[in-house]
Design a binder for this molecule. Structure first.
Ligand code: HEC
Ligand code: HEC
Length: 186
């Protein structure tokens, strides 16, 4: 090592280490991120920065949930980076149901969540194939201030319960496939 050079270790995320952390998640999210419980979201193939931000939010208490708050309390920032890298290494592939057209997707949502529920932003989640009740519950959480985010809080505030039901139905009707790391995108 060169004298006088300080190597500042950056927190490199290691998906292989994250695969081991995912053993703690699999009963609810699967090891591939395809949810095994209806109230747990699919997380495979989500943007790494979104996953990491949500896990840190649960850990620090800015987002709360009886299960996830407990799970993240026991994880270090390194484990959170690693497990986020593991799930993000997967690829989410969405397909609209037969007879359904992208042009009918909710106009208010497509710029960030896509017509098919595949996010177009690194800080926004995919919605494809999430359970109707999960989407509904999250929108109401933003609307009522239980969960907060500068963009989503404002959008959710403008939605009626009927809009929420309709948009949740749109995204929940899409089928989602999660492909393992290393598989190519279509
Ligand atoms: C006992 C079941 C359970 C376990 C174990 C669990 N989760 Fe969760 N997870 C949930 C539920 C339920 C939610 C939905 C929380 C809500 O409604 O706000 C969730 C939400 C999340 C979210 C937010 C996703 C989004 O779209 O906003 C992430 C990320 C996540 N979990 C990652 C993990 C990771 C990583 C692990 C393992 C270290 C894990 N979870 C373990 C049940 C679980
Ligand atoms: C300008 C971009 C933008 C638009 C438009 C937008 N969203 Fe979002 N959405 C986001 C971001 C960013 C997040 C992540 C919020 C966070 O970090 O907590 C999010 C989160 C969500 C979540 C939480 C999902 C989860 O996995 O926990 C739902 C549900 C959602 N949006 C639904 C909608 C719906 C329905 C619409 C249309 C009415 C919409 N969004 C419009 C950017 C957007």
């Amino acid at each position: 090592m060169l004298a006088g050079v300080t190597t500042q270790p950056t927190m490199a995320a290691d998906p292989a280490a994250g695969r081991l952390v995912a053993n703690m998640c699999m009963t609810c999210h699967g090891t591939d991120g395809y949810a095994r419980l209806p109230n747990a979201p699919h997380i495979g193939g989500e943007p790494q920065s979104y996953l990491e931000a949500q896990l840190m939010a649960f850990k620090t208490g800015s987002r709360q949930h009886e299960m996830m708050s407990v799970v993240t309390a026991g994880l270090s920032a390194q484990q959170i980076a690693d497990v986020s890298a593991w799930y993000a290494a997967h690829t989410a592939v969405a397909a609209l149901p037969e007879g359904s057209h992208a042009a009918d997707a909710p106009d208010l949502c497509v710029s960030c969540h896509g017509a098919d529920g595949i996010s177009t932003l690194l800080d926004a989640p995919h919605l494809a194939g999430e359970d109707r009740l999960y989407i509904d519950a999250q929108l109401k959480a933003f609307k009522r201030g239980k969960r907060s985010h500068d963009i989503m809080t404002e959008i959710a505030a403008s939605l009626s319960d009927e809009d929420i039901r309709e948009f949740a139905n749109w995204y929940a009707s899409i089928s989602l496939e999660i492909r393992p790391p290393g598989s190519k995108e279509d």
